[in-house]
Design a protein. Sequence first.
Length: 501
Amino acid sequence: MATAHWLFGDQLGPHFLAPGAEGPDRDAPVVMIEARSVFRRRRFHRAKAHLILSAMRHRAAELGDRVRYIRCDTYREGLLRAVGDGPVTVHHPTSHAALRLVRSLDTVTVLPARGFLVPHADFRAWADGHDGRSLRQEDFYRWVRRGQHLLMDGDTPAGGRWNHDHDNREPPPKGARTLGAPAPYRPRENTVDEEVRHDLDRWERDGAVAFVGRDGPRRFPAARREALAALRRFLQHRLAGFGPHEDAMLDADPVMSHSLLSSSLNLGLLHPAECIGGAQDAWRSGRAPINSVEGFVRRIAGWREYVWQLYWYFGDDYSHSSALRHHAPLPDWFLELDADAVTARCLATTLAQVRDTGWTHHIPRLMLLGSHALQRGLDPRAVTDWFRRCFVDGYDWVMLPNVIGMSQYADGGRMTTKPYTSAGAYVNRMSDLCGGCAYRPTERVGERACPYTAGYWAFLHRHRSRLAGNRRMAQALRGLDRLGDLDELLRQERDRGQDPP
């Protein structure tokens, strides 16, 4: 009899059951475990909990009699109920905690990871060749492009350049409320979603779990066919306009031309190779310009693959990084996604998007939510956990490098060359969010002082000695010496503390 194969809730695409030397048996019975303890340990966004359970139950329905779907309290209990003391295989999980669990079980054989482009061993060899220190994303990205022949013309990058960021950092069109992009794919809820919502309501009433955020109609794919439909719609109707304004923000258009495919990739419903392949085809057939296609490929083959590999290369201790010694607890308004408590229009708008959908694109995450946390000295581990719980695409491997390394600079520069934070001028240039705000991006002190502008200078002052040797920060640090109102600004920011800005 074939050995049973265990599917975690983020291993839901067909590639996780493809047989082979490093895969499960061809006719392997499938085990899926819905462990409620996952939701008890952390206070997840309600929409995220809904999406995960809906996706798991949709996959179980697709597998039919082949799957044994166990609803229980813990994974250990579920595995015992499913296979007893019989053998089981599982593909390498996506978190250190899950890997520790499966390796602690004598009956479980761990197969290599799937759902990514580069095997762990290949990345380790590349990283070790760079002494494990200079692991810059751009170098990694080019290495992957060459090695897997992604968006290449022979030995040269398609379009003649590796990097089209210069063309992809345009502010939003002046006076435009939206980009006017075709709407993204939206799934239709079904009886599976009704059952999930009923169960979540019951668990909350019983006091078994607690959530944050709102669970409106499901916005993201929960089944392979939905994910493929979302990919097709993006490639055919939205990819062409993705590049130029991928770093811009508009109040009335939070989605803009972004793909909304991250949750489908991170649930395993899509494989990165099929997304990249579709984008390459769009460029070669003339349906999308090279800057948009390269920007999309960079997000997947560059950044997504990079953070996955660094998560494992840096190891479990990476989560304890705190180079800047930030330790302030997350304020209640932040934890509760209380956008109504916030005056700063940019932050209130972004927090409301997270509350209502469990998603924003990468710039609000980095330059509004992350920048606020960095400027206010919030505990990077708590910030990481917040992102992991509150975003539908948030998983341990995704958020740890993104938040610890890039957003909060808590690793002291192992991932990035400088802290990613800015004054209000950046927000004003790249969005329409400063118009109508009670604060002014150009003002540092006083009633109309922008929290990001004042917070930026207070942050630089606080960490001046640490950042003094960073050449990318030299000009900004020199600017501190030109501030005649620095003492007043610092008093103002001390008084402001962690109050809603």
